[in-house]
Ligand binder design. Structure first.
Ligand SMILES: CC(C)(COP(=O)(O)OP(=O)(O)OC[C@H]1O[C@@H](n2cnc3c(N)ncnc32)[C@H](O)[C@@H]1OP(=O)(O)O)[C@@H](O)C(=O)NCCC(=O)NCCS
Length: 186
């Protein structure tokens, strides 16, 4: 079971932000949030026209994350509205189960208020206490300055770069930056 005890934070604009484990009832809000970020066109591999995630697939993801010891799905909520999430999934083989990859999204109008930091803090606290997990990793577009700043703030380091990893409709290329953080004292 991967679940956390809900925790309250105060955003930079004094909103009460609850970070808690995702529940089945959050599926629609989580699909909508991912679609809205896809529509922005700047941060995701999936383009808005390709976005086909369904509510029932999202429900399965939430269920699976709550049951697997190396997975976690957290939401940030303000006034009962989901405004962001972080999702983490470890490798599914014995040799990779100590390491996993995260995704984090905050709704456009809620960014820059501390919510991404609250989500990442809760994920890293959980990972530090989950025996299985030693390494948290991610991939980010080299153009995503605010996300890279967030990860560096939490001690993530660059472990590699995939040149021209993304090819945009315009013909422009973007590198992906791979980052990692060890969460146990070695
Ligand atoms: C990346 C993201 C999750 C950050 O969430 P957030 O709630 O805006 O983050 P925070 O307000 O906690 O800011 C965290 C840090 O990011 C940096 N940051 C935030 N906004 C920034 C901006 N506009 N420009 C540069 N750095 C910025 C700062 O270092 C900040 O730390 P500080 O507040 O202590 O100065 C959010 O911007 C987002 O969802 N973006 C779109 C989706 C995305 O890019 N996801 C990540 C894909 S790899």
């Amino acid at each position: 079971m991967s679940k956390i005890t809900p925790k309250e934070y105060h955003s930079k604009t004094e909103d009460v932000v609850t970070v808690r484990s995702a529940l089945i009832k959050d599926a629609k809000a989580l699909v909508d949030l991912q679609f809205s970020v896809a529509q922005e066109g700047k941060y995701m591999v999936t383009e808005a026209e390709e976005f086909n995630l369904t509510k029932s697939e999202e429900k399965e993801t939430i269920e699976q994350h709550s049951q697997q010891p190396g997975q976690l799905y957290l939401v940030a909520e303000i006034n009962n509205t989901v405004v962001g999430f972080v999702e983490f999934e470890n490798g599914n083989r014995r040799r990779t189960s100590h390491s996993g990859i995260l995704s984090i999204f905050v709704g456009r109008e809620w960014r820059g208020k501390g919510i991404g930091s609250f989500l990442l803090q809760e994920l890293l606290d959980w990972a530090a206490n989950e025996l299985l997990i030693e390494k948290v990793t991610l991939a980010v577009f080299s153009t995503n300055r605010s996300a890279i700043a967030l990860y560096k703030k939490f001690g993530f380091q660059e472990e590699g770069r995939c040149p021209k990893d993304m090819k945009l409709a315009s013909g422009k290329y973007i590198d992906s930056v791979l980052m990692y953080k060890f969460v146990k004292k070695m």
